[in-house]
Design a protein around this ligand. Structure first.
Ligand SMILES: [Zn+2]
Length: 132
């Protein structure tokens, strides 16, 4: 089944994205609490008070590997929510083909169709730690 997503499908995927982002922020908070130093404890306390974007920015500065992965995921979720707002959600970033609903349900934050994703991974292979 291909083609445009129905409003209902988008609404349900959006809810998944919001749930996932909430869970990730909680995980980030828990991870920060493991660090026995004041700046991290303080940051952990404020995770829920801040806009998600600010949390992501703060955490990126800390360069903590395991938290970093979660932050990356929060970012891709934010990007997906932005695409929902703009009405471009469910389209491949590269070829603009509709991404099958089955693929979106597996990972609602996915950006590319399978073909473009494979191509992207080929190009970026060995770039696990890209410099900014
Ligand atoms: Zn594509």
């Amino acid at each position: 089944m291909t083609g445009k997503l129905t409003e209902q499908q988008v609404a349900s995927l959006k809810q998944d994205l919001l749930d996932r982002s909430g869970a990730l922020l909680e995980e980030i908070r828990q991870e920060l609490l493991k660090y026995d130093s004041e700046p991290y404890q303080e940051l952990a306390g404020s995770v829920h008070d801040l806009e998600e974007q600010s949390v992501a920015d703060l955490l990126v500065d800390l360069e903590l590997a395991d938290i970093d992965r979660h932050v990356e995921e929060v970012r891709s979720i934010e990007a997906a929510l932005l695409r929902i707002a703009k009405g471009t959600y469910g389209e491949c970033l590269e070829c603009h083909a509709p991404i099958p609903i089955e693929r979106l349900q597996l990972n609602p934050a996915v950006k590319r169709c399978v073909t473009c994703q494979e191509q992207y991974e080929k190009v970026h292979a060995g770039m696990d730690h890209p410099s900014l």
